[in-house]
Design a protein around this ligand. Structure first.
Ligand SMILES: Cc1cc2nc3c(=O)[nH]c(=O)nc-3n(C[C@H](O)[C@H](O)[C@H](O)COP(=O)(O)OP(=O)(O)OC[C@H]3O[C@@H](n4cnc5c(N)ncnc54)[C@H](O)[C@@H]3O)c2cc1C
Length: 480
């Protein structure tokens, strides 16, 4: 019997797992995908927002402001990447300037630190590529950027080190309430017993609620599409550049990323199928058209990739973080769309301490270790450290991904790490092999062979991502 089953290992489920591991509780996290952070947490803008947008007094406002601060702790404790970019919200002409004042007011009410108004000219002195039509800017210095799946990995790895169990490829298919516990059916045939359930199922959080009751909200999928600008353009802009928010959300942005690329997007389109995140010509054209309002001479010819994510927009107009009204011990984390990444560490604390009150039922885990070791990023190390490591491990001397300078040893470590992986995309998420300008054209086949060798698998069985994504049908040349 578990004390808590968490459904979903996105950034929210992972943050909750770590927070729960601070207590003497038996926790299991069930994830339908073959990796942590494969859905919303994989495809977003990666911004730790300052708080200029959420309605003052809302949970979104409170938890994102707090979450922004908590990221400094996560950086120190878990070695997550954090880029302190600051952000500019831009206005064009008198009408938009009036709208900008509305967001100044929200900043004041939400107590956003250090916000400030700049003229277009002042802003262009700091960001030389800002569009000439921009007349006024709201500067938000506390805005940061991170790597969302690295955050989820770090939280989940630390949770596992502190006793949480994670089961991937475990899709919850049914929930049955018995007298004082729940039976959670997985993949239509395995059953787990638990006293409490935490529903962190993202876009599926309403469907998971539906398994025991009529959920208090419905999730509508809202697609956001992006372009990725190659990191040769590092410094093209250094702040996150926002337009004025609208009923479609925060709008198309320019966002510098921790590894040097710049994201252009997202679009915002309600979709019927909330599980289908493919890009569309219409969505990408929308992104291109609207990004022109932010900066001049955007080098669209250096786009290396496009992708899309689906926001879990809820009919309840805020984060829904509550115990079920009808089923005791069933907790909803619903409608966790933007700023869900920002708020994640605060959402976990709020749920565990304020909503559930775990401290009133369980003892503190005195063995809790808050720290996670930084992984080796060989190409970033000083020459002397590289030489020292090479003497111990010659596989640091073999570059597999030339664009990102990723060595064989880093890939091997990713395969056998605490959250090991057996997919090519899993390697890309962990060490960035395949994330550079050639997008795996050079290294994908090499990564495939390392995966096959390390996992003792036939290369034909190596998958790119999902279970049906085999790279090869059969061998074309077999040596006799
Ligand atoms: C386009 C876009 C841009 C965004 N930009 C930002 C931003 O810049 N800053 C910010 O703060 N936030 C942003 N967000 C929001 C942020 O990404 C989300 O709030 C956050 O990732 C939500 O995390 P989650 O864990 O709730 O959801 P997810 O990451 O989707 O995790 C839910 C998990 O539940 C699993 N699951 C679902 N059903 C089942 C089942 N039956 N059994 C087992 N597992 C199941 C899924 O596989 C998934 O892994 C953005 C979102 C999108 C889509």
């Amino acid at each position: 019997m578990y004390d808590y089953i968490i459904i979903g290992a996105g950034v929210i489920g992972s943050a909750v797992a770590r927070e729960l591991s601070k207590y003497q509780v038996k926790v299991l996290c069930l994830e339908k995908e073959n990796d942590v952070a494969n859905v919303q947490t994989l495809a977003n803008s990666a911004i730790i927002h300052a708080g200029h947008n959420p309605e003052p007094g809302s949970l979104k406002a409170r938890l994102s402001l707090w979450g922004n601060l908590l990221y400094d702790d996560l950086e120190r404790e878990l070695n997550i990447p954090l880029l302190r970019t600051g952000a500019f919200v831009v206005a064009h002409g008198k009408e938009e300037e009036k709208d900008l004042d509305k967001y100044v007011k929200i900043c004041k009410e939400n107590k956003v630190p250090g916000y400030q108004l700049l003229s277009g000219q002042q802003a262009r002195k700091i960001e030389r590529n800002l569009a000439g039509s921009i007349t006024k800017v709201l500067s938000l210095p506390s805005t940061k950027v991170t790597n969302p799946w690295e955050v989820a990995f770090a939280l989940m790895e630390n949770a596992i080190e502190n006793g949480v169990k994670l089961k991937l490829n475990h899709r919850v298919t049914k929930i049955i309430k018995e007298n004082d516990f729940y039976l959670v059916e997985v993949n239509h045939h395995i059953n787990f017993k638990t006293k409490n359930i935490i529903n962190a199922g993202g876009v599926a959080s309403d469907d998971i609620g539906q398994m025991i009751e009529i959920p208090p909200f419905k999730i509508k999928g809202r697609k956001g599409e992006y372009y990725v600008l190659d990191k040769r353009n590092i410094g093209f802009i250094n702040h996150v550049i926002y337009p004025l928010p609208s009923e479609r959300g925060k709008g198309v942005l320019l966002t510098p990323q921790v590894h040097g690329e710049i994201l252009i997007g997202p679009s915002s389109e309600f979709v019927d199928d909330k599980h289908q995140a493919s890009t569309t010509q219409k969505g990408l054209e929308y992104v291109k058209e609207h990004s022109k309002e932010l900066a001049k001479n955007i080098p669209y010819n250096q786009i290396i990739r496009s992708f899309a994510g689906i926001r879990s927009t809820s009919t309840y107009d805020d984060f829904y973080i509550q115990e079920s009204k009808y089923n005791k011990g069933f907790y909803y984390l619903g409608g966790i769309e933007s700023p869900g990444l920002t708020a994640a560490p605060a959402i976990a604390k709020y749920l565990i301490n304020d909503v559930i009150g775990v401290q009133n039922h369980y003892l503190i885990n005195n063995q809790f270790k808050p720290y996670r070791k930084a992984k080796v990023e060989f190409h970033r190390l000083p020459l002397n450290d590289q030489k020292r490591l090479l003497e111990i491990e010659p596989k640091y001397g073999k570059i597999i991904c030339k664009c990102e300078k990723i060595t064989e040893k880093e890939i091997i470590d990713a395969i056998h790490g605490l959250l090991g992986t057996h997919t090519i995309k899993g390697i890309k998420k962990r060490v960035r092999a395949g994330a550079g300008i050639c997008q795996g054209g050079y290294c994908e086949e090499k990564v495939m062979k390392i995966l096959a060798r390390e996992l003792n698998l036939d290369p034909l069985d190596i998958i790119y991502d999902k279970d049906n994504s085999k790279l090869f049908l059969s061998e074309s040349k077999v040596e006799k």
